[in-house]
Design a protein around this ligand. Sequence first.
Ligand code: NAD
Ligand code: IPM
Ligand code: MN
Length: 361
Amino acid sequence: ERSYSVTLLPGDGIGPEVVAVAKDVLSLAGINFQFKEMPIGGSALDAVGVPLPDETLDTAKSSDAVLLGAIGGYKWDKNEKHLKPETGLLQIRAGLGVFANLRPAAVLPQLVDASTLKKEVAEGVDLMVVRELTGGIYFGKPRGFGTNDNNEDIGFNTEVYSVSEIDRIARVAFEVARKRNGKLCSVDKANVLEASMLWRKRVTILASEYPDVELTHMYVDNAAMQLIRDPKQFDTIVTNNIFGDILSDEASMLTGSIGMLPSASIGASGPGLFEPIHGSAPDIAGQDKANPLATVLSVAMLLKYGLGEESAATRIEAAVIETLNRGFRTGDIFSSGTTLVGCKRMGEEVLKCVDLQKPAA
Ligand code: NAD
Ligand code: IPM
Ligand code: MN
């Protein structure tokens, strides 16, 4: 029987609530898993004084896949940079070398009413944001605090991309687009930023290797607008770290809620990192209100992209759809005529539906 080790990083806020549900779902996938739970973020700061303990990174590196809930919270917001929960998240992304972050946003017919957009605009949206995850302004040097010529305090960061960093994320995006509708839109700010000018140049050069993919370019401000005006024009979007962060939160609202969007972060080798795109939601943490479906769908991505277990992934996706068909909704996707449930109950309903999808023995 196939068997995999999975590192669980529940993190902070709603992270432990949604990871508990996703772990149960994974356990029902019909595959043998060894789970190891490790601290990250604020809970690691409280326990051992750093946001990413060495043992957490080592365990993650030596496992087959990593599932993360979310990190962060008010309690640690004023911490110095190296003692912020967010620093732990950036460290594990860098430590695992997961430079490509796939963030799909598809509007499910069951949730068209949960979208804040008009039905005819939202219906049928199915796009994928390919976000560069280990470079750009999040990691660029120089960075820090200092003073300017007027002796005024300043904070500064650097947006920087090398040819190899651009090429490897562009190749992932061309491959993703090739398997989807063959349309790739590269989003940048090449009218202003040198890092974007190089980005556009390299993406354009690489396009000649993918003649079956139709490449377009768009400035990020226009892309933000077009995503709301006519999201169906997009299939695959490739963009840098910070634009991808912002545009994927925006794209999540097309689908009804940020509580629905999963992600997969993949590197050249080693385990992938799978996490919902949302944060620790401190405003609803500990109240059993969180939507666990983004994390459940992240488990489906873990099976598909991390372990190559496509049929188990498909079963979990089908179970999520069936749960929605049965009318169960957490508060963030609730609409009249549906049944309002909490995080735990939503998990139980998904489990019933995963069970239903069991292949006949
Ligand atoms: P957030 O995504 O945590 O929350 C934004 C809003 O969406 C909140 O109103 C929240 O209640 C709601 N929401 C998010 N996930 C939900 C879910 N599963 N079900 C229902 N509602 C949900 O973003 P924020 O408030 O800007 O950040 C809160 C903290 O999370 C910060 O410390 C931030 O740094 C951190 N954060 C972490 C990650 C991560 O771990 N990957 C991602 C984003 C933000
Ligand atoms: C995300 C989050 C993180 C990011 C933060 C918490 C560092 O917003 O995963 O989208 O900006 O990448
Ligand atoms: Mn984000």
